[in-house]
Design a protein around this ligand. Sequence first.
Ligand code: ADP
Ligand code: ZN
Length: 721
Amino acid sequence: MNRVRLIIFNAALGPLDYKVPDGMTVEHGSVVVAPLGPRQIIGIVWEEDRLPGESVSDSKLRNIIEVLPVPPLRAELRRLIEWTADYYCARLMSVARMVVSSGGALRGPTTMTEYRLTGVEPERMTPQRAVALDALQNEQATIRELADLASVSDGVLRGLVNQGALEPVEVDIDRPYPRARADHEQPDLSDDQRKVADQFVEAVKAREFAPFLLDGVTGSGKTEVYFEPIAAAIRDNRQVLVLLPEIALTEAFLGRFEDRFGAAPVVWHSGQKATERRRAWRAIASGEAQVVVGARSALFLPYANLGLIVVDEAHEISFKQDDGVRYNARDVAVMRARFEKFPIILASATPALESLQMAESGVYQRVELPSRFGGATLPDIATINLTENPPERGRWIAPELVEALEDRLAKGEQSLLFLNRRGYAPLTLCRNCGYRFQCSNCSAWLVEHRFSRRLACHHCGHEEEPPAACPDCGEKDCMVACGPGVERIADEVAEILPDARIAIATSDTLNTREKVADFVAQAEGGAIDVIVGTQLVTKGFHFPELTLVGVIDADLGLEGGDLRAAERTYQQVAQVAGRAGRGSKPGEVFIQTRHPEEPVIAALEAGDRDAFYAAETEARRGAGAPPFGRWAAIIISSEDEAEAREAANAIGGTRPNVKDVMILGPAPAPMAMLRGRYRYRLLINARRSAQIQDVIRGWLDGLDFPRGVRVNVDIDPYSFV
Ligand code: ADP
Ligand code: ZN
């Protein structure tokens, strides 16, 4: 190739053409550096015919400067990038940018100096030197690290270098990862488990696209079972990606993975340090990384040789990204498996209706694990009608649940109270004038966090100190908390059970891997009696001594009328119930509700999943909602209210009239202001057969807006705020 077209990461410019200088070889997918005006930019070489752009004559082209030392993006990955951009109405460059998400890695290897013993005795021996020589047998590390290892000063080691007893070695700054071994510790699978595992292993060997829905009750051993095809891929030298919905779940997973395979997997998530990302990215691109576990952003990495994807807790909505490219990692993962021809396993005890429907229609193969492993039984579930048996005044835990908590503490068993609300109270008022503390950037109340002494907005992250006096009427010490958050429930537990050891488990308290690890160790070790937590603790964790689960407010998720409110409530409560009785002792679950007659609550109490899904399926079919119809949203925002409104009206005014496509709005969004931007929404509901993306593109592409206006398209939205 002597001229190439590049995708570049500049929102104002389309693809650009360049000349390939003599002696340089590039191919499609190569990552290169090219000049743009006085600057240098990074670009990806793309097939010219798949990337419409202005053709520039050869004589005007500038030369590519350099090909970066990373493997070219494979054709399958390029097709996935195109598919994602096309399906989600996103820019190609925005999707492509998720692939080259480690700037450091693109620069290739950097070396550093480590030291090791040469076997040469120093001419002059001192006690310190003797200690060092003894401690550093078979070690190789930096001076600093060796000094720590041997508990001597850097100076002692420098002396040994001068004496020729230690020698320098240049090594890649990114150290190799320890190797996972397929046969390190093999489990005895039950017959049910074995059957499913064998099927997965066959699929890995077949190297064909095969989507599975692993539908297994909580505690049935889904993880144990999908470890087998992972082992098969490791034996076959193919890479595996395990997607988890939250970083907090990674910690529990890592321990189990290491027990099974003798080494930790490679971790990928957006909160990592740049150096960790570089190391992981390079190992992924070279094929050295055997198994990668990560949040959704791990999906777009340039795996050299992927042979299996597992999406665990596949029903979780956090697989949907709600800013930037609004993609659903679960769905794109299936496409990746299809383009690259390997199996994918979507694992869940409460699959999304969409996934069940795909199984129903024969697209996914459904495999079931109908019972808990090792004879553990599913917990008994009962509702507590808060209207008839309310808690004491000013409290949130009903007497029946209080009794159960006391009983567990007496027996030395664990309890878990679930409330999906961080902080102390969701709303704070002035007792004198009724002033409500609201976020200055969002249409949202500020949430009191009593432990960190902050009022916080859960939408934009804004925080302020609780004021000494009401900003409106000036009354001192005026704040009253309305409603409960987990911190308030924890306070209540402390009053009821003064001797109990209580842990709050939320994204505020478990915000680093170390804290999660600590929490897991304490809970497993029996150092916690009562866990009070948000949805963070509803899944993934396995605490054998946990025998009681209390759902503080099952009605919470049903408010607000979200399309998936009932399904989400079902999933959350069923998942958190699934934490009870996983060991040898049976579990018990209490669901506090004001509406025990609601179909979803009744189905939970009866343990009748099929009834719930059947009713929900019919409701969705009737409403033309997914999976039977399709939704898309258009979100218009600006810092200027009038500008946002006018842009929304301009879009509304040019709405196309297309058969089978219904367009609602524009209307102010329920979250009318977010992060200082005013927001309007349109909602599109279409038959499955409608080419909704084409309709939207044709509609919006012709419109022009002021610079401050953002127009975002959300295909298959999960958030309606
Ligand atoms: P799930 O993901 O379906 O909720 P897990 O994979 O967490 O279930 O399994 C529940 C518990 O049972 C875990 O502690 C797991 O180690 C154990 N377990 C499951 N299957 C086996 C097996 N075949 N041998 C030993 N332990 C098992
Ligand atoms: Zn805010």
